[in-house]
Design a protein around this ligand. Structure first.
Ligand SMILES: CC(C)(COP(=O)(O)OP(=O)(O)OC[C@H]1O[C@@H](n2cnc3c(N)ncnc32)[C@H](O)[C@@H]1OP(=O)(O)O)[C@@H](O)C(=O)NCCC(=O)NCCS
Length: 173
């Protein structure tokens, strides 16, 4: 079924368990969020959380927050295995970026595991660039790319990728 048959709507508290299960399906242990981590991100004052439904089933989720007036961060983007490659990830991220832009965000950042080649290809396709290599971001041997995109199209202002030899801990993906 095409992504057009999928409905995007605001996240409600009652979606929590389904969204958490979707996150568990989408990420390996150690990278998937615990319930308390996910709750903590959702409770941020500037959190934007959007759910995608198909036939009343939650098949997609995106969560972001504004860290400062002009900086947005993608905390997670989850599309159920059965709903992939139908444009849903693109729609969810596009809606998050639209909301960020309305709120004055100029630059969106995220982290993704170096081993997650699907996510890297997806984000690059949508205009994100690798801006830093984060050593051991998810733990020993589990490095990440910090990726970023400017919402006003001035991508040239982004710094070139550099290596940060620090573990930032359990911060947003
Ligand atoms: C990454 C993810 C969100 C993509 O969602 P999706 O709905 O399948 O993506 P879309 O259908 O919108 O794809 C948009 C474009 O991204 C690229 N892309 C998506 N999946 C890809 C893959 N497996 N390999 C290569 N390119 C891919 C393609 O260019 C695609 O356009 P196309 O289908 O016209 O070729 C999804 O695979 C997912 O949930 N993965 C697990 C969780 C995760 O890694 N989240 C991101 C890190 S926070």
């Amino acid at each position: 079924m095409h992504a057009r048959a999928m409905r995007l709507r605001d996240y409600h508290r009652s979606d929590f368990e389904l969204v958490w299960e979707l996150d568990q399906e989408c990420f390996p242990p150690g990278i998937a969020y615990s319930r308390s981590e996910l709750r903590a991100f959702l409770s941020q004052k500037t959190a934007e959380a959007i759910v995608a439904e198909r036939d009343g089933r939650v098949v997609g989720f995106v969560l972001g927050w504004r860290r400062s007036g002009i900086d947005g961060h993608v905390i997670t983007l989850d599309v159920a295995t059965s709903a992939r490659r139908q444009g849903l990830g693109r729609r969810l991220l596009g809606e998050l970026e639209r909301r960020f832009q309305v709120a004055g965000v100029k630059r969106v950042q995220l982290e993704t595991a170096v081993a997650n080649s699907t996510a890297i290809a997806f984000y690059e396709r949508l205009g994100y660039r690798k801006v830093a290599h984060l050593e051991r971001y998810y733990g020993r041997g589990l490095h990440a790319w910090k990726m970023a995109k400017t919402l006003d199209g001035e991508q040239a202002r982004l710094p070139r990728a550099r290596v940060l030899a620090s573990k930032i801990g359990r911060s947003p993906r």
